[in-house]
Design a binder for this molecule. Structure first.
Ligand code: NAD
Length: 699
């Protein structure tokens, strides 16, 4: 589709209209034509003022990310915006939809801004590893003050039109047509002196408050380079003259554009878009079933969270638990949640009440009768789940989708007890279910195409990143988690400590390490899991029995204030525990394992390479459709640092031959583990392949 920018005359006002579907991104063609149309309007003596507006559903929603891996091409956006700002006739931006990134920077370079009431404003560059590169860090603080600029540039805050008007970002809100309103406004101001952001100085502000807020925002983005650099750029706005500030911003932007983190974040952005478009394609192929009423069976941690998630998305929900006390606990959790969001000002009282009334409570499984979708979230036990599914088969209406939230169990075995296995599917939410973005949608061998399409689409309506995965032990996320925990456990046998492993994993960018996570989730959960899978564990895994030892000692993790760490006075941060140190020594001695010093590089590589190895198995077995899906599962469900692009993106950066070499070396060190390096991985390494096909320009 060709971008066009046209100049049309409305009496003495020149209207420059950008038309570059779908979101009017600032491509090279748009920049070139925008500049030309501006020059034509300036040269036309019949035109006294200029309005810049967009066709379609939004004003310019940002730069053209697809071009970011290509060389920079003139005219550069800052030069186009400088020409707008320096124009001798007043220029008014007519804004609607999402004026984000370069779109907002374009608006800031105009002399006035008029917006439709639904317009939204944001500078999301930092979330892409960048900083605003076309004056955003210099013009925004001059127009709206340092604190607003800080919240938008570092905090990624998105603001609506009413707020934008109150902070001086806008000059007027339009009523009907924003183009007509902006044109009218342009006539009102055409004889007035032209106000330019570059001529203003940053309004006075309290530097101490600014500093404290900036530090608080930086703490929220550990490991990321862009926020600190964006802060430096913002500070230039009051420490340097405008021209110098703009030049420094540009240098910083160009350096960021080529940085590893920005590349990785662009990759994730495109991977997410790719996932969404595959999901839409699937929905086009198969008709979806209507979902109005959802029943959730089991009102525990997950069931209550899932009910909240559904109500927040506007679904009528029936939460069912056969234990009256459990149902009462679920109700209390839900009430507490709605009170707290009102207290925090996230919802007004009426809206919270409206959502709360969407959830009904029921103590009988027969309550599923009218539901279009049933999500089961009872105990993680195959027999218990099968008993529930027999009842669902009996009471649910024909055509209802029957989903299970199991974390590990075989969903084919659950579906098999029903007479409608094609309607059964996995919906694996993460805890807390109303917060976590990931939803693994687990295909069973007999699932109907419309059931899969319906659930994937529902995931989108719930605001989740819904990834379709195959049915296997732990699906994608927990299967890789189990592998990382196993490798971390072997590292303890060989000489590492839980503190070493957790520190290294945290330094890589995860919110916590495997042993901290185990203490949080519960040693008893892992113990039950190992008991249930005793036959599948290798001899080496059975022998590496930290979980059994801790379980026997009653050290179940945070809930008993002791696990791999000890916890004092309800603190969530664990302390190293001499008990565990003694346990490690005795265990190694009893197995004749000579401890060695294991450096941080080996710890990190072993944890990640083991996961990469398992990811290759997942691909080979067709559990996922794309390597990107593995990356998205771990970014959205397990805290894999987004700025590192994902597990398999990381694998490609490291190089598959180095990974195969490492795996082979460590396997030789512990032959009793019996690991055979994946043939797929070996052949990919030998052929110089990579996992990820880059989403380069045009893809
Ligand atoms: P939970 O113990 O907090 O809640 C289970 C609830 O199910 C209890 O309230 C119980 O009364 C109810 N229940 C049991 N049998 C029932 C029946 N026959 N009919 C109706 N209700 C019944 O457990 P949870 O942590 O919420 O986990 C539920 C499921 O979600 C499990 O399959 C678990 O593996 C999975 N899961 C848990 C997490 C997590 O972090 N907790 C994360 C993802 C998935």
């Amino acid at each position: 589709m060709h971008a066009t920018v046209v100049l049309q005359r409305e009496g003495d006002v020149g209207q420059v209209i950008i038309d570059n579907p779908p979101v009017n991104a600032l491509s090279l063609a748009v920049r070139e034509q925008l500049l030309q149309r501006l020059q034509e309007a300036l040269a036309d003596s019949a035109i006294q003022a200029i309005v810049i507006a967009c066709q379609g559903r939004t004003f310019v929603a940002g730069a053209d990310l697809k071009a970011f891996d290509l060389p920079l091409q003139a005219p550069h956006l800052p030069d186009v915006l400088a020409a707008i700002e320096q124009a001798s006739k007043p220029v008014v931006a007519a804004l609607h939809g999402s004026a984000f990134g370069g779109g907002l920077e374009l608006a800031l370079a105009c002399h006035y801004r008029v917006a439709a009431p639904d317009a939204q404003f944001a500078l999301p560059e930092v979330s892409l590893g960048l900083i605003p590169g076309a004056g955003g860090t210099q013009r925004l603080p001059r127009l709206c003050g340092a604190q607003v600029a800080l919240a938008m540039v570092l905090g990624g805050e998105r603001i609506g039109a009413a707020q934008a008007l109150s902070i001086g970002l806008l000059d007027r809100l339009s009523d009907a047509s924003v183009l007509a309103c902006a044109t009218h406004f342009a006539r009102e101001v055409m004889d007035k002196p032209i106000p330019r952001a570059c001529d203003r100085s940053v309004p006075e502000f309290d530097p101490q408050v600014f500093h404290e807020r900036a530090q608080a925002l930086l703490r929220k983005t550990p490991g990321q380079e862009a926020p600190a650099i964006a802060l430096q750029a913002l500070q230039d706005a009051w420490q340097l003259p405008f021209a110098e500030g703009i030049a420094r911003e540009r240098e910083r932007f160009i350096a960021r554009r080529h940085s590893e983190q920005a590349r990785a974040l662009r990759h994730v952005f495109f991977a997410e878009r790719d996932l969404a478009s595959r999901c839409r394609a699937l929905a086009r192929q198969a008709p979806t079933r209507p979902i109005d009423l959802v029943a959730v069976v089991g009102a525990g941690t997950m069931g209550s969270g899932i009910a909240l998630c559904l109500a927040n998305a506007g679904f009528a929900t029936r939460l069912i638990d056969t234990q009256p006390e459990a149902l009462a606990r679920g109700r209390a959790t839900i009430d507490r949640y709605f009170s707290s969001v009102v207290e925090k000002g996230r919802l007004d009282t009426d809206e919270a009440a409206r959502r709360a009334t969407l959830i009904e409570f029921d103590s009988s499984i027969e309550g599923v009768a009218r539901a279009d979708l049933v999500i089961e979230a009872v105990f993680e036990d195959l027999a218990v789940k099968q008993a529930v599914f027999r009842q669902l088969d009996r009471f649910a209406k024909p055509g209802a989708i029957l989903a299970t939230n199991t974390s590990y169990l075989d969903i084919d075995a659950i579906a098999a007890v029903t007479t409608r296995s094609g309607d059964v599917i996995g919906m694996h939410f993460f805890s807390p279910a109303h917060v976590m973005k990931l939803l693994e949608v687990v295909r069973t061998s007999q699932v109907q195409a419309d059931v899969l399409a319906t659930v994937l689409q529902l995931g989108e309506r719930l605001g989740k990143t819904a990834v379709a995965v195959g049915n296997c032990y732990g699906f994608v996320g927990n299967r890789l988690l189990a592998v990382r925990e196993r490798e971390a456990s072997f590292l303890l046998e060989e000489g590492a400590t839980p503190e070493d492993v957790d520190r290294v994993i945290r330094q890589f960018g995860f919110p916590m390490g495997p042993f901290e996570l185990r203490d949080l989730a519960g040693v008893d959960i892992a113990w039950r899991n190992r008991q249930g899978r005793a036959e599948q564990l290798s001899a080496a895994e059975r022998s590496c029995n930290w979980i059994e030892q801790l379980h026997e000692a009653g050290r179940l993790g945070q809930k008993t204030a002791a696990g791999f760490y000890r916890y004092e006075d309800g603190q969530r941060r664990g302390l190293p525990d001499p008990y565990v140190a003694r346990m490690l020594v005795a265990h190694r001695q009893s197995r004749g394992l000579e401890p060695r010093v294991i450096d941080d590089e080996e710890i990190l590589d072993r944890c990640l390479f083991a996961m990469i190895h398992e990811a290759a198995n997942l691909l080979e077995q067709g559990i996922v459709d794309s390597p990107n899906d593995i990356d998205l599962v771990w970014i959205h469900g397990y805290g894999f640092p987004r700025y590192r692009g994902g597990l398999l993106y990381h694998a490609d950066r490291v190089g598959l031959s180095r990974i195969v070499e490492g795996l082979s070396r460590w396997t030789a060190l512990r032959p009793e583990r019996g690991l055979r390096v994946s043939a797929l991985l070996q052949s990919m390494a030998a052929q110089g392949c990579s996992f990820i096909r880059p989403f380069l320009s045009g893809s």
